[in-house]
Ligand binder design. Sequence first.
Ligand SMILES: [Zn+2]
Length: 128
Amino acid sequence: MRPVTDRDSAEWWERAARHEFVVQRCDSCGTLRFPARAYCHRCRTGRWHWQPIGPTGRVESWIVSHQPFLAGVTEPYVVVMVRLADAPECVMYGNWDRREPPVAGQAVQAVFTVVDEELSLINWRPLE
Ligand SMILES: [Zn+2]
């Protein structure tokens, strides 16, 4: 199963495939946002650019999935919700990259997991 992209998210996935860790920055008010969308939720303008940020954050929550949604993934597996250090209004989800469970508030870093030339996924592991 591959992520379904749309007009707003397609370029984000292309950048992730090049291992660029980016969010959107509003050209008008500077608000950082993720996931990608066409208009700023603060000032409603449509001008923005991709902003590289540090690939770190803190675990805010997680789930343990016992459902085999993905072929080749061994359940149970953990999906974490990470609040980004450089963009505290933004959270990002990804698979947990360690055997030991995450801890609330734990400092983490993103790791790009290459699926193929056109797709890399962002997973999370403890900050080293
Ligand atoms: Zn704005």
